[in-house]
Design a protein around this ligand. Structure first.
Ligand code: HEM
Length: 410
């Protein structure tokens, strides 16, 4: 940008990001924000972070807190009357130490690399089920919406089986899970929380019943395993158990389905790269990583300064919120050459999409394995699949994914 060009005010850029057009294509707006630098101070009351190294450092800084109950008391007075955030602040994602460390110790080992590797046959079975479903629906030439029929079915099939949620309940959970993610969007008015509140109440009731059922009749699932560990003296209340089970379902259903639909769209929009993904098994890992970088399912993360500090030369007072625009960090030209080009053969590709530091995504290995398994299988089974119309995205900025993804299967 030349010195004579006038920079748009960061708050104006943010306002345009929150408008429907901004949510459909936020990437040019991230560049407008980046023009102010990798760390953008807005009058000492808010900080936006656009740089890759700066986001990575923020995620590992113990003085930058996740939005727990104490933080929310300052940021969003009145939140305690809303069940969405009541439950969210009881899970590990919206906790800080010592609670976070206690939760991570309790739930973390279930997702260790060895467990995830043992789930591969189950993931393949679920991928086969989702692919067969699309093939059957598309066989008569009808248009198929991949979001409910492939991506949600796959993502919920995997986490549902792990948590012991019966298959017949999966479809009913789709709207509930989607509505809960609305509570994670920037909140201007507490009324925005109402859809998330209703959904959270229904999901809490569902999991309270599931926990009661599995306590009476344990199965081979993680819910039964967590109940057993808690009842044997594990450091966790029953409410915290339910809150974290809900987190596991929502986290493993929503972002993974967005990753899957973004991957299918990218494969169809870039036919040569899609063919490689379909035909060369070794290409899958690079394709997944680049989809995570180029069009991430999670675009932004929030942190709050726990004390007065200096962050890359910017003075940040205690209580000031930082918005880490990780999707902008993923396109930082100082870190990635040709950042706006979708290139699955990139070397040393380290997107910020699974976060970093102590909140690093617990399901990253499972999400990668599921995506590497399901999407090539879909493309091989249905090589003539084609997009119908221009895909659109949900009206959300934090959690980005297609609302519908219409295809014909050939
Ligand atoms: C493409 C798929 C996924 C993406 C992009 C994603 C992204 C993220 C991000 C960005 C965070 C950290 C947020 C922060 O630092 O504030 C996170 C945390 C978390 N994710 Fe994922 N996730 C995905 C899949 C999954 C799956 C499959 C599971 C469950 C098996 C899962 C479970 C969790 C949990 C439990 C946390 C909280 C970790 C903590 O606070 O210590 N995620 N995820």
């Amino acid at each position: 940008m030349s010195p004579t060009e006038i920079l748009a005010d960061p708050l104006d850029v943010m306002a345009r990001l929150l408008a429907p057009e901004g949510k459909q294509n936020p990437y040019p707006l991230y560049e407008e924000m980046r023009a102010h630098g990798p760390v953008v101070d807005v009058g000492g009351v808010h900080v936006f972070v656009t740089g890759h190294a700066e986001c990575a450092r923020a995620l590992r800084d113990p003085d930058l807190l996740s939005t727990d109950a104490a933080v929310q008391d300052v940021k969003l007075p009145g939140w305690r009357d809303h069940s969405s955030w009541y439950w969210l602040t009881k899970n590990m994602l919206f906790s800080n130490d010592p609670d976070h460390e206690r939760f991570r110790r309790f739930f973390g080992s279930a997702f260790a690399a060895r467990s995830v590797a043992a789930w591969q046959p189950m993931v393949e079975r679920r991928a086969e089920d989702a692919v067969r479903n699309v093939a059957a629906l598309g066989a008569s030439g009808e248009t198929v919406d991949l979001v409910p029929e492939f991506t949600f079915r796959m993502a919920t099939g995997v986490i549902g089986e792990l948590l012991g949620i019966p298959d017949e309940d999966h479809a009913g959970l789709r709207t509930i899970v989607g509505d809960i993610t609305l509570a994670l969007e920037p909140i201007g008015d507490l009324a925005q929380l109402v859809p998330g509140d209703g959904a959270m109440d229904r999901l809490a009731e569902y999991f309270q019943e599931l926990v009661a059922r599995r306590r009476a009749t344990p199965g081979p699932d993680l819910t039964s395993m967590f109940i057993k560990a808690r009842d044997a003296g594990g450091e966790l209340t029953d409410e915290e158990l339910v809150a974290n089970l809900m987190l596991l379902l929502v986290a493993a259903a929503e972002a993974p389905q967005d990753l899957l639909s973004n991957m299918v769209r990218l494969a169809l929009e870039h036919p040569a790269k899609g063919a490689e993904l379909r035909d060369v098994p070794q290409a899958a890992a690079g394709f997944v990583e680049e989809a995570l970088r180029y069009d991430p399912a999670v675009q932004a993360l929030n942190r709050v300064a726990s004390r007065d500090l200096e962050f890359f030369g910017v003075k940040v007072a205690a209580g000031v919120p930082l918005t880490l625009l990780i999707a902008a960090g993923n396109r930082d030209p100082r870190r990635f050459s040709e950042p706006h080009v979708f290139d699955p053969s990139r070397e040393d590709n380290q997107p910020l999409t699974f976060s970093g530091g102590m909140h690093y995504c617990l399901g990253a290995a499972l999400a990668r394995m599921s995506a590497e398994t399901a999407v090539p299988r879909l493309l091989s089974r249905l090589p003539d699949m084609a997009l119908v119309g221009t895909p659109t995205f949900r009206n959300q900025i934090v959690q980005r994914g297609h609302d519908r993804l219409l295809v014909t299967t050939g």
